[in-house]
Design a protein around this ligand. Sequence first.
Ligand code: PMP
Length: 423
Amino acid sequence: MSMSMATSNHTLFLHNPTNLTNTTNLFPITTTRTATTTFKPISIKCTATTRTQAPPQASTQSQDRVFNFAAGPATLPENVLLKAQSELYNWRGSGMSVMEMSHRGKEFLSIIQKAESDLRTLLNIPSEYSVLFLQGGATTQFAAIPLNLCTPQDTVDYVVTGSWSDKAFKEAQKYCKPKVIWSGKSEKYTKIPSFSGLNQSTDARYLHICANETIHGVEFKDYPTPKNGVLVADMSSNFCSKPVDVSRFGLIYAGAQKNVGPSGVTIVIIRKDLIGNAQGLTPVMLDYKIHDENNSLYNTPPCYGIYMCGLVFEDLVEQGGLKEVEKKNKKKAEILYNAIDDSKGFFRCPVDKSVRSLMNVPFTLEKAELEVEFIKEAAKEKMVQLKGHRSVGGMRASIYNAMPLAGVEKLVAFMKDFQARHA
Ligand code: PMP
């Protein structure tokens, strides 16, 4: 028996979202609902007409979207959002949204397995590494890493290149004996140290780095080799932005909400022999062994977020993999840094040129009093979230994988125009 039909073009029955007329629904409902449903139809008078046109083409920036330069949560690929939209109500004929699925059902298992498999393809992850989809953000990993990789008496080394590695170091102090072997604080976190000058501890269980400092915009272009133990990297803000030789690391971790999905998913890639030595007081949710043995399904995982990450991974594979993605990222960063460097000091990026981030571009205005105006005018032009982090001020343009070249070109054109009017 069919469900109630709207009596007017301007009336939506919320219990029957098919009336929202997504004419491009790729996976139409295959199950029939009985009429025993008890919820009452709620009618809403709408002035807008129901959308009947096809969703905008993924290759162009849709009219009603902005260029979002936020540091995270950040912009996602339009085609991924549109695919998620088309699958939201009824995932591939299952009769359910991914949000409604059992995390142990065959549908979700296929989603998480495909996500892992595509991520393995992208980063060429060796078989002796496990991939875990966790919760709690990268901040939770600041504690989980020392809890899993060392005893309270163990020494570990931290390279502090910005606020995030500093936070990681401070959290580790609760669980082991971390040492800051280099800090860029006195130079306002504008540098990455030379590896030969690093005074590594001979007995360190691991060497921790933040591969890309989201706030300060410094990025490791190569990685140090630990004297002892393994290399551990926070890749939250440059994860999947370029190829990485995973075999050089004991553990890589990243929050998803910059390059690969929504917030709520944290990815850990860990060499299997490092699993299984958690300190006794480690909460079960922070024990890698528990998550590894249960294929990230020990408890209810962030199912929808993992699904979204899976769509992003699929998209990155379709783009030709991370080599291709890196080329695009280099091009975007190059035109933005060139605009800053060619502005005769009107705009300035404080970061050492050799270690400038391809993802987060901080810059200041020579006339600092114009910064508020710059951000306001940019927003009017649909370029948003350009304000620098509250701890450093100035501006910051985050240009992750999903920021189209057109977005950076528009920003650069705006910067030139702004300079012409205010120099
Ligand atoms: N590390 C880096 C490099 C980050 O950019 C962030 C978030 N901006 C974090 C750690 C903390 O991540 P979360 O908010 O997911 O805990």
